[in-house]
Design a protein around this ligand. Sequence first.
Ligand code: ADP
Ligand code: MG
Length: 614
Amino acid sequence: MKKQIKKLIKSDSLKIGISLSLFVLGFILNIFSVGIITPILFVLALVVSGIEVFVDAVKGILRLDPLDEKFLMSIASVGAMLLGDFSEGAAVMIFYLIGETAEHKAVRKSRASIKALMDICPDEACVLVEGKEVVVDAEDVEVGATVIIRPGERAPVDAVVISGRADVDTSSMTGEPLPISVSEGDRLLSGYVVKDGLIYARAERASDESAAARVLELVEFASDNKSREESFITKFSRYYTPIVVLLALLVAILPPIFKIFTLENSIYTALTFLVISCPCALVISVPMAFFGGIGGAASRGILFKGGNVFSKIAKAETIAFDKTGTITSGRFVIEEVLAVDISKEELLSIAASLESVSNHPIAECIKKSSDEILKTENEKEISGLGICADIDGKVCAVGNLLMMREYGVEVPEGYIRNSAVYVLCDRVFLGSISISDEIKPEAKGAIADLYKLGVKRTAILSGDREENVRRVADEVGIKEAHFGMKPDEKYTKLEELIFSSSGTVYVGDGINDAPSLARADVGVAMGNMGQDSAIEASDVVIMTDNLDKLAEAIKIARKTVKIARENIVFAIGVKALILILGIFGFANMWLAVFADVGVAVIAVLNSMRALKYK
Ligand code: ADP
Ligand code: MG
């Protein structure tokens, strides 16, 4: 019973309903001037609509932190009543309540629509247990289990297809409208929808570590990282409200002293002034713009890790790219195998065994080239060079020319290829494997778009050889090519770029380059939901490896920042105008109330635009 009463007191629409009825009744009776009854109706309306606000204002005073908008509204409404302006006093509170309720509805709505966009984690999964299909909670799917995904269902966890082929809709995760087709060996991320065909897949991650859960977590967590604009508003209201109260006091006291207005007149002006200066529109609509931006971007496969990232990437001037897996597809194929003294199969077997510890795109390709995986010990991955390990007690290595040089091995002239990795064992050169990797088809257009957006400087930072890096840079229109760099050299070069420019973005795939992702003003990790280090180190995660998303991210960021600023300027502008009118006695409390609610509603509607991006 007590709970129900509490709920009733908390129900805003009920309070609005009752207080508004009392108010209207009071107004009608006022026309027939039914003496003492009308003020009582207005006081009742004030009590019903304002009870929570008063309680909060008093709590604020007790906390010695009284100067918030609730305090302003309480003084204004009670003050008006004390002056005998009963209807105005009630109106202030009722409309304040209506405005607040509308704002909360809007926030709830945008939260709900983000949630709907993000309704990507299935609750249940169908797994194969001893040859039988069993439906379990998605959380209970163990790594290694075989999951079955039927047409129309979402993958419950990140998995690799074991059998079956199907077209898969990735749009809720990646924002890509076109389905991709998957078959044996391809990866499925949780949240992908299988459109046709039956898929058997092996679970690679538990559901809470799978892509869909991470996306949700990033989006939820993102609203905690406040943007500059949001911090500005918080700071602003801390100084703003006390200043407003002080000004209101002056407005109330000074004119009567100089006998310009009567005391009663100037108190009324001061109260109007308080109502006008309520900062609700700002306090709510600015964070909402960023909230919308984060949600809108997420539905297009771009995850911003906080409101603070928007204004930084919006100002991007210099963009540095990793090459392999970022500008190029990272899907290598073997073109030529040259072995010395051993067979090609043996060479590939040694290389594949060494690469088995690595998830570098080169390793992924070489691993597939042999079924004969030898036992290795003391495996070590040297970023930007390659892999070394012991096989049969012999020190073996695979990697680029720098790697060979580490072991004092010179590669004979005839074995050097433009893009190749080399293999050695016990300081003896065993052969080379040339591989090729294509430039992503959209790369050129995507880079051109970046220039159109005002990016001035572009660079590739790569561990690859000069010819390759230059060729790729020229082909896609990137101005600077830095080659032969180890990860620490990439980092140093990136710092140089950061110091010479005001907004430096680093775009990488997280393999070998997590430090650079973290160091840049904005680190953008591409197409690698599987790579923990990339997600942690970056500020923006792009779910696909499509480079066009980069320009899109910048555009979304600019739009969001613009909306937030519009709200700030609009709200402060309108308030300032009415304040001035108010000080000179041209604005009454009615105008103040409507301006306050109106500005808040318009600003909130404006913020909702950030959620949609064409
Ligand atoms: P990029 O900067 O182009 O992304 P990386 O820094 O990842 O390149 O690697 C630079 C070079 O180091 C590669 O071109 C390759 O020659 C060599 N390399 C790195 N990792 C491996 C590996 N696992 N196996 C063989 N070679 C590797
Ligand atoms: Mg790389």
